[in-house]
Design a protein around this ligand. Structure first.
Ligand code: PEP
Length: 249
C-alpha cells in the first residue's frame, strides 16, 4: 500500500500569539479531508497555544529540537517528557541550523533521536551537505555519514524515524535541489536504510530546502520523496495549503 505523504512545517524562530492564531486557523480550515499527514513544528513557548488551536483538526504537533538528556541541570533545554505533556508527536533533530550554530555533532543528533523514540516522539532527522561539500563531490559521503550515526545508535527501531534530506545550500535561499538531484540522494538514503531494516519502504523521506507552492508537486512526484520539511512557506497559509494539496493529490 502506498504510504501517505507527510508535510512538516518548520516555523523556526518565528511567530507571535496573534500570528500563530491566524495561521493555524487558516491552515486547519483548509485541510478538512486529509489524504496526507500534516505537522507543524513550532517554537517551544508556543506549544501550549498550538496544542489548543489544533484540537479538532488533523494537524499534528511537532517540536524543533529535543534534549538528549532526560532531566536535570541543562539550562535552556526542553526534555522529551515535557514535549509529550504538550501532545508533541514529532521533533526535528539535527537541523543544519542547529548543527552549524549550536555545534550539534552526528553523535549528539543520534542520541537526540534515541531519546525522542524512547518517549514516543518521532524524530525528523535532518541530513544534508553544504554547497562546498556538494561542489567537492562529497554529497553522498556526508549524508551517509550523518545517517549512519543515527542508524548505529537506533538500529533496532530505525524504521520508526523520519529522515529529511535538506541540502544546506537550499535552505532559506530560494535555491531548490532539482527533482533529479533530490531523488538521487533520497534513493541513496533508502538504500542505506534498507541495509539496516527490512522496513525501509515504510520510512518517510522528506525533502527540505526552499520547497514552495510552485515546486512542491514536481518534487513530491519523485519515487523516493515521501513528503516535505517546509520552512518559509509554512508561515503563509495559502502557500502551505498548496504544498499540502500537492502532497494529498
Ligand atoms: C527548513 O527550515 O527546514 C527549510 C527547509 O527552510 P526553507 O523551506 O525556508 O528553505
Amino acid at each position: 500500500m502506498r504510504k501517505r505523504k507527510l508535510i512538516a512545517g518548520n516555523w523556526k524562530m518565528n511567530g507571535t500569539l496573534e500570528a500563530n492564531d491566524a495561521l493555524l486557523r487558516a491552515v486547519a480550515a483548509g485541510i478538512n479531508e486529509l489524504a496526507c499527514q500534516v505537522v507543524v513544528c513550532v517554537p517551544a513557548p508556543y506549544l501550549a497555544q498550538v496544542q489548543m488551536l489544533r484540537q479538532g483538526s488533523k494537524i499534528e504537533l511537532g517540536a524543533q529540537d529535543v534534549s538528549r538528556h532526560a532531566t536535570g541541570a541543562y539550562t535552556g533545554e526542553v526534555s522529551a517528557t515535557m514535549l509529550r505533556e504538550f501532545g508533541v508527536r514529532y521533533a526535528i533533530v539535527g537541523h543544519s541550523e542547529r548543527r552549524q550554530c549550536h555545534g550539534e555533532t552526528d553523535a549528539i543528533v543520534a542520541e537526540k533521536a534515541r531519546t525522542a523514540l524512547a518517549h514516543g516522539i518521532t524524530p525528523i532527522v535532518c541530513v544534508g551537505e553544504t554547497l562546498a561539500e556538494r561542489e567537492a563531490g562529497q554529497t553522498e559521503e556526508v549524508v551517509k555519514r550523518q545517517l549512519a550515526a543515527v542508524i548505529h545508535v537506533n538500529g533496532h527501531c530505525i524504521s520508526e524515524i523520519v529522515v529529511a534530506y535538506e541540502p544546506v545550500w537550499a535552505i532559506g535561499t530560494g535555491k531548490t535541489a532539482s527533482p533529479e538531484q533530490a531523488q538521487q540522494v533520497h534513493a541513496l538514503l533508502r538504500q542505506q536504510l534498507a541495509a539496516a531494516t527490512e522496513h525501509a519502504e515504510r520510512v518517510h523521506l522528506l525533502y527540505g530546502g526552499s520547497m514552495n507552492a510552485a515546486n512542491a508537486a514536481t518534487l513530491l512526484a519523485q519515487t523516493d520523496i515521501d513528503g516535505g520539511l517546509v520552512g518559509g512557506a509554512s508561515l503563509k497559509a495559502p502557500d502551505f495549503l498548496q504544498i499540502i494539496a500537492a502532497a494529498c493529490a
